[in-house]
Write a protein that binds this ligand. Sequence first.
Ligand SMILES: [Zn+2]
Length: 684
Amino acid sequence: MRPVPSLIFKEMILLKKEKSFCLADYRESGLLLSLPASPHETLRFAADELKTHLALAGYRCSVEEERAAENGGLALRFAGSGNDMGEEEFELAAENGCMVIVGGSPRAVLYGAYRFLEEHAGIAWPTPEHRSVPMDKPATITGSRRFKPSFPRRGIVLESAETSEYALALIDWSAKNGLNDLFFTIELWERDAEQLRPELAKRQLMLTLGGHNLDRFFPAAELYSEHPEWFALAGEEGVRMTDQPCYSCEAGVKVMIGNIVSFVERELEKGVVLRTLSLWPNDNKRVCGCAACREAGFIATYVGFLDRLRQAFETSGIEVNVEHIAYNAQLEWRMLEDVPASSELDTLIACWGRNYRDSFEAPTLPRDVRFKAAVDRWAEACETFGTGWTAFEYYSDYWMLTSLFPPLFRTIGEDMAYFRRIGATGVMSLIVPYGKSVRIIREEIEGQAVNAADAGREMDSERAGMWPNLYVFSRMSWGGEEMGTAIDRLCRHLYGSRAEICREKLERLSDALSGLTAYNTEFFKLRFTDTWLRTDGEAVFGWQPAADDGAVPRARIAECRRALAILEAPLAASGPSSAELGTTDSSNKHAAAYNSSDDSATHKSSSIELSADAAELTRYYNFVSTKLRSILSQSLGQLCAIEQRWEEAATHWREALERESEIDGWDRENCTKWLQAAMSHARE
Ligand SMILES: [Zn+2]
């Protein structure tokens, strides 16, 4: 072996020391967090976040502005011009014995601060509640690591929320998980803007406004009586639809554009957070039947209107992007499949009614193959036009995914890889909260009010199911992360020592439930869970044995049996039985389940204290099994009733009612009603 000259050896040690940083070295001394002079609002916010959360992990931290990074400190820095760092990228770098978080924009520095907290202080936010996993010794950072998202636009769409707190928590969670775009309906924004605007600005997040809100700028109540010709023609007889404009009518379109421009100007005066306006036609498949609209086709007239809006923005010096949607409203394929010959607008592509068992990578049902072809066509067209496109997805939608809400990690991971490969510039996931989906089916469809006494019925599984989907979605919107690693992180952060068994439960829930989403189209506009309703075109009505050929209950019976076989097989991962877990008090919120980060703790004993999230997942797993048993018995009863075997029907419905009572189910009233009917028929 050749001797190493001592000078070089010394330099190597120096180099090693300067190019590495370990948080644990500063547990005693505390850290100095330095900011540049007059930092951007978001850099200051990032420093506050670091200080607050490092304190939780046991590190003191003092913040000073106008200080260069120095040995043993943390420094936040904006890359500035002349750097090759993209706006959304950030770097964690050990420099002169100091930890530097540098970003291509203030927002990217904030992502870097959160990523540093996750990887070096064990603090992460898979759900909006703070999570901390104590780490024995944070890993030493050597050199630098660059983080780069796969999509320039990554966000969440919220159409409605009952409280402003819900949207506020979503803004906070989005920044913590590397998302940059929040899409709110104009309705929601106008209600909560004063609270939401500063929170978006503080994090330098981007706002998209829109949705099915065109009537906001084109109120039929004010305009229709004088200008019926501004509205869409329903048919030959000159009947007009007040919920859809005629995009070919110059005078009407001019009024609508004028109203939108004034709205946007007023909004921008209050602060610059609005970046995109995404205006959709109303949620019905009825399009204007006038000669001009018919000749041009729906997509050309609708995109033409938005293009005139884009030009009006340009003329007025408004820097807000205008986007159009392509989607199959009410299963109308043309609204998704027709691609215009040219366009200068970005596109939002939404495929409504997929089978979420299959990803875009490998669709099996004919309609999913057709969705893939439509997305491919748009991707190709946008490349030709030189425009961007965003995939609009339903990974967090309780209407689409129902109360039998499936974890969709594999589908999400594969979808994202696919979107990336065919050139998507954005990915968005729609949140329809659990509570909203209940209101849609109970109030809007069944016409029964949901009141205070209904609070807590069935199970709001957002914490157990929806946030994990969104966490994986946000992780997979960044580059360089493997699917398996993202799920590992999720399970470690949420369930600590129970990660292994919880991961198995999540996989089973996914296998059991994800295919049920195919029934959104089969039973349109009802879903797998809507056992006591039937539909015929636009009409929805209550179930009647005489009008049922048995196909629907038979499909439900087969699916419930298939899903239950998956869920009720013994779990491979060792640990307490699900019965034991189910009885655990879930109020011990920050229970000491994290007292060991060693996964072998799973194998210790059944007396282990559970984390609140592991208990919540168990509660959800048990809820799903019970609900499936209930739907199975409800459907078996329906089959018997169709054949007028009332006594047997009563037996099944009695069983269903028991299950419904266990979970305070939404089908309890129907089970009671039909059980009584069956008993009186049986007595006849
Ligand atoms: Zn028309």
